[in-house]
Design a protein around this ligand. Structure first.
Ligand code: URA
Length: 211
């Protein structure tokens, strides 16, 4: 389902795995595995319009020009730390992609993002840049991360999350109308602490078993 700038990847496999992840009784190791599996399925959708070239190969019968991904032109950028959970499955699918990291934490009082780390590949202007963070909640971190990535020269950017709150979609789309959002679901609302309802809790804590 695609609505304006948002694509909800409503494939039954994604929805089934997402329901398992939402369940508070799903243990950490299983949660991480499910996130990796879903990210692979999300990447499949995001990668629909990847640049593809032709390379000459030889089948057992003859030579041909076969489609070949321009893998080096793709860049995944993980918003630390929960973004790393989405990154792994995407790298399973496109191992030659370059990887960047943006470190942001949410100030618990203001809910505003504070940057503590930034490392991006070179030639960002030539790459399709896929920014990943499981939870698009207030949208503040995603807006700030994409802003920094744009400052590095990136022009083609997509944002991928697992769950999005309507509030986050609105903030993000206003700040970056040219950046399409891919998500497995749009949930109901944010609570007073900026958590998504019904959501799945704190994605980082559930991935790593922290509290
Ligand atoms: N970050 C999370 O990990 N979970 C939420 O619900 C919101 C932000």
């Amino acid at each position: 389902m695609a609505d304006n700038n948002v694509t909800v990847v409503d494939h039954p496999l994604v929805q089934h795995k997402l329901a398992l992840m939402r369940n508070k009784n799903t243990p950490t190791a299983k949660f991480r595995l499910l996130l990796r599996e879903i990210s692979l399925l999300l990447a499949y959708e995001v990668a629909r319009d990847l640049d593809i070239g032709l390379a000459e190969i030889e089948t057992p019968l003859e030579k041909m020009k076969a489609p070949k991904l321009e893998g080096k032109k793709l860049c995944f950028v993980s918003i630390l730390r929960a973004g790393n959970g989405l990154l792994d499955g995407m790298l399973d699918l496109v191992p030659s992609a370059r990887v960047g990291h943006v470190g942001l934490y949410r100030d618990p009082k203001t809910l505003q993002p504070v940057e503590y780390y930034l490392k991006l590949p070179d030639k960002m202007g030539e790459r399709l840049c896929v920014v990943v963070d499981p939870m698009l909640a207030t949208g503040n971190s995603a807006v700030a991360a994409v802003q920094r990535i744009m400052e590095s020269g990136a022009a083609r950017i997509k944002f991928v999350c697992l769950l999005a709150a309507p509030e986050g979609i609105e903030i993000f789309s206003k700040a970056h109308p040219q950046v399409p959002i891919f998500t497995a679901a749009i949930d109901r609302e944010l609570n007073d602490h900026g958590y998504i309802l019904p959501g799945l809790g704190d994605a980082g804590d559930r991935m790593y078993g922290t509290k």
